[in-house]
Design a protein. Structure first.
Length: 107
């Protein structure tokens, strides 16, 4: 994960700061999402956070299964927020998702 464009370097730095204990395979997937075209208008730190939460939601929770069972998006997100925060904690993040506001809170 060395070299690259200025944005790639900033995104890697943001990733190390935001989720310092993320497993390498997950880090690569999060970075790929963070550097995708639809997030290029965001600062790297925000793009990494957006990519992190999206990746965790889809890869480390039952979110997609809940959608398949007929839950709407908001309900499915509500039911997986604790699992997402558990992953964020295990990855060393000081930020958490807030179920009431769908925002982050820092510890």
């Amino acid at each position: 994960m060395a070299g690259g464009t200025k944005r790639q370097k900033e995104a890697r730095k943001a990733l190390r700061t935001l989720i310092p204990r993320v497993p390498f395979s997950d880090a690569e997937a999060v970075l790929e999402k963070a550097l995708s075209g639809h997030l290029r208008h965001l600062p790297p730190s925000i793009a990494v956070w957006q990519a992190t939460t999206s990746y965790i939601r889809h890869e480390h929770t039952d979110y997609d299964s809940l959608l398949d069972e007929g839950y709407d998006r908001d309900a499915a997100r509500f039911f997986v927020i604790d699992a997402m925060n558990d992953v964020l904690e295990s990855w060393g993040s000081g930020q958490r998702l807030d179920a009431d506001e769908e925002t982050t809170i820092s510890f």
